[in-house]
Structure formats: structure tokens, C-alpha cells
Design a protein around this ligand. Sequence first.
Ligand code: F3S
Length: 778
Amino acid sequence: GRALATVSSYKPDIQSRTPPYPKLLKRLHEVRRILGSSRQLTLAEKILYSHLDNPEESLLSNTDNGLNIRGNANLKLKPDRVAMQDASAQMALLQFMTCNLPSTAVPASIHCDHMIVGQRGADVDLPESIKGNKEVFDFLESAAKKYGIEFWPPGAGIIHQTVLENYAAPGLMMLGTDSHTPNAGGLGAIAIGVGGADAVDALVDAPWELKAPKVLGVRLEGQLSGWASPKDVILRLAGVLTVRGGTGYIIEYFGPGVDTLSSTGMATICNMGAEVGATTSLFPFSTRHIPYLESTHRSSIALQAQTIASTTSLNNLLRADEGAQYDELITINLSDLEPHVNGPNTPDLSTPLSLFSEAVKSNQWPETVSAGLIGSCTNSSYQDMTRAEDLVKQASAAGLKPAIDFFVTPGSEQIRATLERDSTLSTFEEAGGVVLANACGPCIGQWKRTDGVSKGDSNAIFTSYNRNFRGRNDGNPETMNFLASPELVTAMSYSGSTSFNPMTDSITTPTGQEFRFSPPTGAELPISGFEQGNPTLLPTFAAPSPSTPVAVDPASDRLALLEPFAPFPKHDLKGLRVLYKVTGKCTTDTISAAGPWLKYKGHLPNISANTLIGATNAATGEVNVAYDVDGSTCGIPELAQRWKDQGLEWLVVAEDNYGEGSAREHAALQPRYLGGRVILAKSFARIHETNLKKQGVVPLTFAVGADYAKIDACDEVSTVGLYDMLQAGGKGAVQLVVKKHGTGEEVIIKTKHTLSEDQCGFVLAGSALNLLAKMKRS
Ligand code: F3S
């Protein structure tokens, strides 16, 4: 067992956790002056625009003098805080280090959660995972100490739960290097998931750019009851919006139903907004936020937020203006809401519970459930866990045990210790449940199954998590993951049958009785407050300690310091060669695969050996088979490396939506590292296009899409007008002169680009970081 402290002497640095309200209110005032005081603003706009570096410049850019801001304006934002998880923090910090600054410009935190296995329970899994990832954790801890970042060690909790308990606050703007960062919107923060290079913008005090999102209003009416839970709000919404429906939008909740939800329930809803592609999600200040903030050491923030939120003047930063217009509007009546089950394999395939057994039959989904997993960053609040506990107690009293493996992942040490004190965990364990470490574990594939289900076996699992892409949990593409509330997952674990509906069906007990669950009940917050748990898992609040050496072993295969990329030559590019012509989809996964490669996230040379290994060759249809000029073949990364060694720079030719998927910056860093200068595509996914520019790679699109047919692997390419265009801040045309491999014939290809003046600066300096470092030096 672990040492437990029952003392609640924990005194966080409250000042660094309080949003800068006076400054934000001043900005809001300025925004009103620029837009006119009669302009009604949504909550999302108020918080975002109050974080503009220069409101006048941003709000009037690309807009019709301040009209049509949403969807058009280029916002340059100054976030208040940054949070990073262990896997993505590595590259973020390695990039930050190249700027040679003594400390981070805004408060930041690191959370060790993604690299911890869930298998046999926390006591065994945690020490093993720490041992296996020691050099990475040591690196993160030493960098945290050096730069004054709060470091939450392995076992302290999952980033989003820890952020909710400590940093999220009404009106805050935060960037997080994880896609479920919007979880903090449950407490009224604007929290956006980004890649490491974006986080570095905030860490060095450079404005972070975002195309002003549109705002999707979701009006909540009525009140949840019975089996329906906050999770069902977002499961239902995902079905309506689909996985792309939120793209370019912030989802803003409002209406009379808001105050009927708990703070943690609101966080669950915001968390899964990531599944519909939304930039972020948020709730307005609610009286339900007050007890949560108070019970997590933040009474002073609750007080300030309440004062701001109750003003009827134009200074109300924490609620939308009366009559604010949404770009889209959806209404959900909580009183009518049924529990939902989403999946398999996609989070937007949403089925109401009453129709689920039919869906199982008609789709021929497995009839049995093979495991139930509750908790994770999405659903491990006190309310979630005590509602699940209630069901377990009901079943235990009837003499029942879970029919299948039942796992519980607490989201943080605070939650775990509190549930331990209140005997919730022992209730789960006595019933046969396994309590895993306070970490991501099975949610991110760190689940070594011991239940006899092996790779290739078709089976169904129920989880209270947020994602259910194929293979995500156990690496088995034949595992169907159905997402549901923790209550429903718990009930399904007792039945073991996918067509069980706990609202209407009963289970036969060992003594032959028919047992039916009563609707779950639980407590929103613990009556005797939260426990802090193991004190060694609390972060340290040391000031930056510049003399701390950052722990990177030169012999390491998992971590390598970054060398700054060379600046752009002072002339156009000559003698580039086409490394590969891709056909079809080319996602960030195609460009930088995950799975076993995650291990090398902090080692650019090593992870670069996966570059484009999922890409299909347009000439041959082969995947990851590249042809050198002499006709010999090898893998794409091998050819890139060979050309790099020969001093040859290259480009990739691709089709539509190149780089769709995620903000994964490795997909831009790796080609750059291996000598990629240009990506020529029919079109780009916006975030990846920006990432390429930040790393100094030039994204060009075909002016005429059909020209894709005119260029092939091994052709030699020179740019015309590229250097002048970069010098002119994005103005001027760029052409490519293509000398065909074999025939030597010359073809001209006209291109387009979207480089802004700032982005031209990135490319010229070699990367955005080079430019930042230069600016900080001067
Ligand atoms: Fe971790 Fe899964 Fe959440 S990976 S951060 S528990 S989505």
C-alpha cells in the first residue's frame, strides 16, 4: 500500500492560479469600445477576445471593419496558462529549450499520465511504468525544475482531472498539449488542445494565432433524472453533429438546464466536445461552480468569479450577453434525455439505450460484453464514482458479482484518496473490481489484457471513456469499444450481455431471484471534503532554478536535444527532388505513425524512421515503397535519410487534405529534419499546414489541381519566385520548374500558398522557434 496523508495542509499557489481578472475586464472594455457597446457577445467571444494581444489589430483584420469576425478574423491571443502531458511535453520542452529562456512566460504544468500501464492494479503497474520510463520522467522533472513549471509525477493523476481540480477557472484561457484539454470548459475556461510548438508560443510570450471560431450554442432545458447523466448529453450531441460537425466552432452551453448540472458533469460534456472536432467547449459561470472551487482550495476565485458573473453591466465577462447570436443553435431537453451508447469504432454512432439491443442484433455486434472500464479523464468525478458505487452496492446486496472484468481508473490522487476514505474503492474491490493507477492506462492503449481475449478476437467492451477508434484500448482492431456513462458501464458489467437494458431488464441472482437495478444515486461532492492523498504526489512550487541541468543522456534512444534548423538560403531552391508522390488520404498518422513509435516522441532522429510509412505510392499503389533515381527501392524514411546524407533536399507531392487528423507536430518536424523543404498538395488540413510553416517547410498547393498528373517521384524541381515571395511577406507568385526524371523534359507548375507575413518570417529564419529565439536575444 501507499503512504497516505490525512492532513489537508495543502496550500497551492493561489495567485498563479487566479485568472488575471482586472486585466481581462480592461480588455473586455476595450473590445466593447472597438465593436460598439450595442454589440452582443457570446461568452466564448468575451473570454477569447479579452485575451487578445492587440484587440484592435485582431478584430479589425480580415473582417468587414469588425463585422463578421467569427470565421474570418485572425486572432493573436495571449493565453494565461499551459498544461502538458508527459508524451507531448517532451517535444514541447525540447523546442522551448532551444529559445534559451530562463523560465516560462506564463504558469505551466506537466502531468505524467500517458505512459502508465493499466493491467493488474495501481500498486504493481505504477512502479513498473516508472521504471520503464524513468529517463523520460527524469527529463521532464529536471526541465520543470529549471524553468519553474509545476510537475505532477506519475501517479498524481490524469492531466484533465488535475487541471480541473487545480487550474481551471471561469474566464481563464489555457492551452494544453492534449486533445481533451477542453475538459476545463466545465469550469468556464476556454481551454484548447494544441501541439507542442503552439504551447511554446505561450511559454515564450509570443502571441498564439487562431482563426476566430464560430460559436455553436447548445441550449439546455429541463433536468436530468434517473439513469440519464451528463455523459449522455455529449453522447447524444455527438450523434447529431458527427465527428466533423464541430470543426471551426466553439460549443457554448447556456439556458436554464445549466444550473442543474454539477461542475464535473459540465467538464465531462466539454471533454468529449473534442470528439466532434470542436475547437473547444465551455459553460457559463454557474452557482454550481462555487462549491467545487471551494472544496478544491479556491474560495477566493469563486468569490471573484461570482462578483463578475452577477453584474448586469457590460463588464460581465463570465456570461453571454442577453440576446447574443449563435452561428448555429441546438436545444437539448435534459428531462427527455435517454442514456446513450456510442460506437463501435467511432464516437458519433449514437444509439439510445432503448434501441440498443435491436442495434446489437441488426449489426451482429457481439452478444457478450468482455470487459467494463469506468473512470478516466472523462468520467471519474466523485459524482460518477458514487453513482457507480450505488449500483455495485445494490448488486452486491442481491448476491451478484460483475460477470466480466471490471476496471476502475481514478482521474487523480485526490479522487482516489477521497474514494478510499469513503469506502467507495473497497466497495468496488470487494465486488471484484480492479482499481488501476491514476493515469490514462487502458484509454491510451496501455492495457495488457489478461482475460484471454487476444489480438484478432472479435469482442465488445464498454467504457466510460471518450474515444473508441479501432485498437485504441488494447491494440486489437477487433475489439469494439462502446462508450457510455459510468453508471451504464457498471450495470452492463453485471449482466455481461450487450442487449441488457438495466432500466427494464433484470438479472437472475445465484438464489434464482430476479434482480433489477434502481436508478443510480450519488453525491456531487464529498461531505467531508476531498483528501489530498499521498503527499509525495503533490507538485513542487519552486521558483525557476536556472542552474538545474536538464537530464538528457547523449546515449539515450528516447530523448535527444534539438538542433535548430538552418535558415532558408538567400535564394530560390534548386535541385529539389520529389521523394514520393502520395495518392489518397495522407493523415498525420500516415506521416508519423503512433503505436510503438510513441516511445520516441522525444527523439527526433529516431522517430523520423517512421516518416510517411503509411503513404501509398501514386505510381505503384505500394505502401512505403520508394524508388531512388537508379530504380532501386527502399522504405520512404530510408530514402529520405539516404538523400539527406547526400545533401539532397526534397519535396513530397500529395492529394487533398494533406495532414488531416491531429495537431501532431512530429508530422511536420520529421520531414523537415530529413531534408523536406516543400510539400506540394491539392489541399492541406489547416492545422497541419500551420505546423509545416512553423517548422520552416513551405506548403504549396496546385493552382490547377490537374497538374498533380504532371509531376512524379524523382523529378527534379526548382522554385521560381519563392525567395522573393518570402521576402515580400507572402506577396508574389511561386512557380515550380519540373525537370522530368528520365526524359529531362521541363514542365512549369503554378502554385498557391497561404503564408502570412509572420509565417514568411518563420520560413526565412528556418523555423518559428529560430525567429522567436532571435527576437528574445535582441
Ligand atoms: Fe488520458 Fe484518455 Fe484522457 S489518454 S487524457 S484518459 S482521453
